[in-house]
Design a protein around this ligand. Structure first.
Ligand code: 3SL
Ligand code: MG
Length: 238
């Protein structure tokens, strides 16, 4: 099983995704939101690149839909929720469709369409993702959403943690970057402490979003694995 990493949504090249399983990671915060909303019973999450697309789609399914996401880490005007996973509580999302648009995360998801399968990962469900990948035993590319096309250490160490878990039981062939991510995780198992140095951590902290940072840094508290297929994200039933 070959494991590789793409460092940001800007670095996605379709030729690297063909016949590969992709795991999209934007632990701060888009993939933590998606994982949380599905775990709390939402029917599906539908990602869009633009605010206009999200609004116009939501208009047609008004009753059963909530709009969420961010621009510059803040709630979008006219939307129900921001990109804080803590807002996607069971009493708010159960049975509903969540329509979402975010700066980097939804772009990384949409950019992964050429892969054979696209799973959604975060620290919250890292162990379940790693177990699923181990079971499937196929080549995997982790797409880190990154931040505005730049490498981000939070997504990188999250991928490193998943690779570390896979390497415990499965035979793997790691690219240099996958090896490095695993190495970084194994020498920094306190991820919360490590990501304090990330630029996006600072941005969220300056906006008073410490509770999101604490929540998104929790390992393995959710056991579902979301899968993106035919334009929507649902809990994978493999
Ligand atoms: O870029 C994204 O997709 C967001 O997750 C970033 S933020 O943490 O909500 O600002
Ligand atoms: Mg991010």
């Amino acid at each position: 099983m070959k494991l590789d990493i793409i460092i940001s949504a800007d670095h996605i090249e379709e030729k690297y995704l063909e016949n590969k399983i992709v795991v999209v990671i934007d632990m701060l915060r888009a993939t933590s939101v998606i994982t949380t909303a599905l775990n709390n019973g939402c029917k599906s999450v539908i990602p869009f690149l633009t605010v206009e697309e999200a609004l116009s789609f939501a208009k047609n399914i008004e009753n059963n839909c909530v709009l969420g996401g961010e621009r510059k880490a803040l709630k979008i005007e006219g939307f129900d929720f921001s990109n804080s996973p803590l807002e996607y509580r069971e009493d708010k999302v159960k049975g509903k469709t969540v329509v979402i648009t975010t700066t980097n995360g939804t772009r990384a998801i949409k950019g992964a369409s050429r892969a054979s399968r696209v799973f959604i990962g975060s620290l919250l469900n890292a162990k379940s993702v790693a177990e699923l990948l181990t079971r499937l035993n196929e080549d995997v590319v982790f797409i880190n959403a990154g931040t505005y096309g730049q490498f981000s250490m939070d997504d990188f160490i999250c991928a490193g943690y998943m690779i570390h878990l896979i390497a415990k039981t499965a035979e793997q062939d790691l690219s240099d970057i996958a090896f490095t991510a695993k190495y970084i995780y194994e020498n920094n198992t306190d991820i919360t402490n490590f990501i304090k140095n990330a630029s996006h951590y600072e941005v969220l902290k300056s906006l008073g979003l410490e509770e999101d940072l604490t929540y998104c840094s929790k390992k393995d508290i959710v056991s579902i694995v979301p899968e993106y297929k035919d334009g929507e994200i649902k809990i994978s039933n493999i």
